[in-house]
Ligand binder design. Structure first.
Ligand code: PGA
Length: 238
């Protein structure tokens, strides 16, 4: 597998000082690894100034280009702040802020137009899984969230089962493989990463799953030693 991408989603954590400490540790072992850090907006710029060898991403962007949208951040502002990626449609936003797939598609279009790579998140809830609707839900989310201009060179799909995020419970390899196979076909080969309770012990096995090109890491990315184990697990598979 060519250089898997490991993406850190720090969510709403870290002061400037804490961010710099974690990012310095990560930058220290980043080497040629393909690492992207998605910190809170407030620390993007300090990280850009302090660390030249880390790629950065936003955790969301607006569906609007600019103007009277209090509290929002545009894709072009993220680009201007030094980002090359943006996470969109994370289940915490779909669930807590009621973000619909159509809105996520508009955001992804803005991201593409600004030269950012959108990381579009899809995944089923525990209830949907129990009912056997996993692929149907993923299919609907892909159809409505992925813009027409997305292709294997400019976008990433993150398969994140909602029931796996922050729970310590990870799907079986075969379940991830089945979802990934489905996504590859539906999106005509847009790269897929897996997210949900990734840690230093399970990362290497997750990276071995067919069609999985990287990992989206939440909680474990705030702990530089644990994150190092995840990053280092890439070596096991290449
Ligand atoms: P987790 O979060 O690694 O803490 O489960 C993943 C995510 O929300 O992207």
């Amino acid at each position: 597998m060519p250089n898997p991408i490991i993406i850190a989603n720090w969510k709403m954590n870290c002061t400037r000082a804490e961010s710099l400490e974690i990012a310095r540790a990560i930058a220290g072992y980043a080497g040629n690894h393909n690492i992207v850090v998605c910190p809170p907006f407030t620390v993007l710029f300090p990280l850009v100034q302090a660390l030249k060898n880390l790629k950065l991403g936003g955790q969301d962007c607006s569906a609007h280009e600019k103007g009277a949208h209090t509290g929002e951040i545009s894709a072009s502002q993220l680009k201007d702040a030094g980002c090359s990626y943006v996470i969109l449609g994370h289940s915490e936003r779909r669930r807590n802020l009621n973000e619909q797939s159509e809105l996520i598609r508009e955001k992804a279009t803005r991201a593409l137009n600004s030269g950012l790579i959108p990381i579009i998140c899809v995944g089923e809830t525990a209830e949907e899984k129990k009912l056997g609707h996993t692929l149907e839900i993923i299919g609907e989310q892909l159809l409505s969230s992925v813009p027409a201009g997305a292709n294997p060179g400019n976008a990433i799909i993150a398969y994140e089962p909602v029931w796996s995020i922050g729970t310590g419970v990870v799907p079986k390899d075969a379940e991830v493989a089945q979802a990934a196979e489905f996504i590859v076909r539906a999106t005509k080969n847009i790269p897929i990463i897996y997210g949900g309770s990734v840690n230093g012990d399970n990362a290497a096995d997750l990276l071995k799953i067919k069609n999985i090109s990287g990992l989206l890491v939440g909680g474990a990315s705030l702990n530089p030693k644990e994150f190092w184990k995840i990053v280092n697990s890439v070596n096991v598979t290449v």
